[in-house]
Ligand binder design. Structure first.
Ligand SMILES: [Zn+2]
Length: 79
C-alpha cells in the first residue's frame, strides 16, 4: 500500500508514487495555487480545460452567460 501525503493546498491525500506527478500536491492546480495568488490569476488566463479542472469551464460559461444577458438587457434601449 503506497504512502500518502496530504496536499499542502487542499489537504487531500496524495499517493506518494511516480504517477502522482504533482506530489506533494494533489494536482497541477494545487501546485500552482501554492505558488501564489498572482500565479492563480495567470493560470486562469492561460486556461487548460480538460486536464483536471471541473471549475474553470463553469466559471467561463457563467461569465459568457452574464455578458450575453447584459447585451440582451441593453438592446431594448436602442429601439
Ligand atoms: Zn490539492
Amino acid at each position: 500500500m503506497p504512502t500518502s501525503v496530504p496536499c499542502p493546498n487542499c489537504g487531500k491525500a496524495v499517493p506518494w508514487a511516480p504517477e502522482s506527478r504533482w506530489r506533494p500536491f494533489c494536482s497541477e492546480r494545487c501546485r500552482l495555487i501554492d505558488l501564489g495568488d498572482w500565479f492563480d490569476e495567470a493560470h486562469r488566463i492561460a486556461g487548460e480545460p480538460g486536464l483536471d479542472s471541473d471549475v474553470d469551464p463553469a466559471v467561463d460559461a457563467n461569465l459568457d452567460a452574464d455578458t450575453a444577458a447584459n447585451e440582451e438587457e441593453r438592446s431594448p434601449f436602442f429601439h
